[in-house]
Design a protein around this ligand. Sequence first.
Ligand code: 5GP
Ligand code: SF4
Ligand code: MG
Length: 459
Amino acid sequence: CAVFGIYGHPEAANLTYLGLYALQHRGQEGTGIASLENGKLLLRKSPKLVSEFYTEDLLNDLKGNIAIGHNRYATAGGDPEKDLQPLTAFYSKGPIALVHNGNLTNAIELKREMENEGALFTTEVDSEVLVHLIARSTGMTMVEQMGAALSSVKGSYSFIVLLENSMLGVRDPLGLRPLSIGKIGDAYVLASETCAFDLIGAEFIRDVDPGEMVVINEKGMESHKLFVRKDAPCIFEIVYFARPDSQVFGYPVYLSRKRLGGRLAKDSAVEADLVIPVPDSGLAAALGYSEASGIPVDMGLIRNHYVGRTFIEPQQSIRHFGVKIKLNAVPSILKNKRIVVVDDSIVRGTTSRKIVSMLRAAGASEVHMRIASAPIISPCFYGIDTPTRTELIGATHSLEEIRRYVKADSLAYLSVDAMQEEIERAKDQNNSRKGFCTACFTGCYPIPFSKEERIQHGL
Ligand code: 5GP
Ligand code: SF4
Ligand code: MG
């Protein structure tokens, strides 16, 4: 999902709309904005794209100089109309609106407990448990209340919470999902990715730290350490999910991807005439591969930009159709050429298989597939929609079996170590943190599972 928030700007809703526009890639299943004017919460949400939903009139209705927004990316079923964010409520201390990126892994248990005590839930969204936990919290100050509420949740979260006189931004102790702080004039902005700041002309200040909560109010911004940080940000944000023009966790995404491609050329060289990126996710890595190998790069695959990301489509039947609708090969470039086709990742293998056959049908004489990450062998429980283990081709097939399935002349991935090394080399100098969550590539999860979770996930 994408989250965005702005405090203290006369055009709060308009800027939130722009921010959500820049963050559309993080979720296409719905969008919403809540603003606050004179203690009154105003809310608009819809299961549409940002570009389809918001109109000038609608944004004019969202008055006030504080607003938060969300783009939804569903990781598990839910109701497309009801399960949208921001979530809003009124409790003993006033209005509250909340947006969440991540996945609370113990939400079902917490919800069951609270329902047994009489709580009424209105959505299927895991994030709603936090609204209840905040409302029930007995802490004296907002900081104490948030600390108490968050100490009972497990999983990943970057939350933005809007209250009567303040806006809060908080990240889980592992910092699994990103959240950055920016400033436009005197107004503070929070966003999932820095590309949102670029669009609205805000200056990037820093990231919210793992385990940190920032409180923004009329006095400015305060920082509170709620939890000891145990950094394990999501490496897949850098490999695939984030926009290449963003900086997440202190790593420039585009440069990191280019380095991954360069490393792939060194570790898995092959004789070929042309490097072909799989657009858009493989672009930066393909350029890095070409630069490091000296093999020229060309756009032998063209993407139709009016089609959403295939993996977001919920049904298997649509997914298969989606590949053809999204990508087409260029015969004049590919004819009688030995091709290195570069992509960011393989999940099920179905897209990759279609791409290889498309390249051959367009005249390629050899197709060598290079993947700028390690095989995905385990599902993500922290907010990225990977399928179950049995559907992950990297979990069920050997390298040679995958090569045969996608019908490539050769296939190579990066090792997890190589990924981490290259990404570390791309980071900015002031960034001293090390280590990532790599669970989908290694099966080593940074948050221990409860007995119930093990049963639930068949682990
Ligand atoms: P596959 O060959 O696994 O079907 O698809 C690989 C390509 O699709 C890559 O370009 C990757 O970016 C994208 N992709 C396909 N399905 C998924 C998915 O379920 N999750 C993610 N994160 N990416 C996917
Ligand atoms: Fe990211 Fe993979 Fe960890 Fe999920 S399991 S948070 S996708 S690195
Ligand atoms: Mg892709």
